[in-house]
Design a protein around this ligand. Structure first.
Ligand code: SF4
Ligand code: SF4
Length: 171
């Protein structure tokens, strides 16, 4: 039987508001004293997370955050849309003013999200950042700060941290 439950974003946000601080403290602690085999344990939990999470009932990432577009992403997507690179950038993107001056969306929700069915209209050529999101299978020590940011934005991240708190903590 499928354990997949539709995501109710309103109740998720309420729940996450109450628990995000303790989850972030937990992530800080685990990052400092990483138990042996942490990434292997997380991989097991991540598999469960995806068996239980239906992103098509959520799309909160595409609704509230922007991906970072690499040069390869922009070229590939512009070509797919039969636009020049400059036209594509001008129409949809802006360059951040600080840091690495990343290319990001001008507005949210993402212009490529179909709000009727939560599907990405450029799925096959979507940015690598989107394809990897929420980065649960990356090395924990390189992504703990990302998970901290995402615990109250991404139900899959929340679920992973919840599982970590009951099954990785204190071992
Ligand atoms: S990756 Fe996270 S925020 Fe995005 S749709 Fe899936 S559960 Fe929702
Ligand atoms: S490009 Fe597609 S997957 Fe990425 S944020 Fe936009 S709608 Fe979501």
């Amino acid at each position: 039987m499928s354990k997949m439950q539709p995501i109710n974003l309103r109740s998720f946000k309420q729940k996450a508001k109450n628990t995000k601080n303790s989850m972030r403290r937990f992530l800080t602690k685990i990052a400092k004293e990483a138990p042996r085999g942490l990434d292997k344990k997380i991989a097991v939990l991540e598999k469960e997370v995806w068996q239980e999470t239906d992103c098509l009932t959520c799309a909160n990432c595409c609704k509230t955050m922007t991906p970072t577009f690499t040069n390869a992403d922009m070229k590939r997507i512009a070509k797919h849309l039969k636009m020049s690179l400059v036209d594509f950038q001008t129409k949809w993107l802006k360059q951040e003013r600080s840091g690495d001056r990343d290319w990001v969306n001008k507005t949210e929700p993402c212009q490529f999200l179909n709000l009727k069915d939560n599907k990405c209209s450029i799925y096959e050529v979507r940015p690598a950042d989107c394809a990897g999101f929420p980065h649960l299978s990356k090395k924990f020590k390189d992504y703990d700060h990302v998970h901290k940011q995402n615990v109250d934005l991404c139900p899959a991240t929340y679920k992973l941290v919840e599982k970590m708190m009951s099954r990785v903590n204190g071992e």
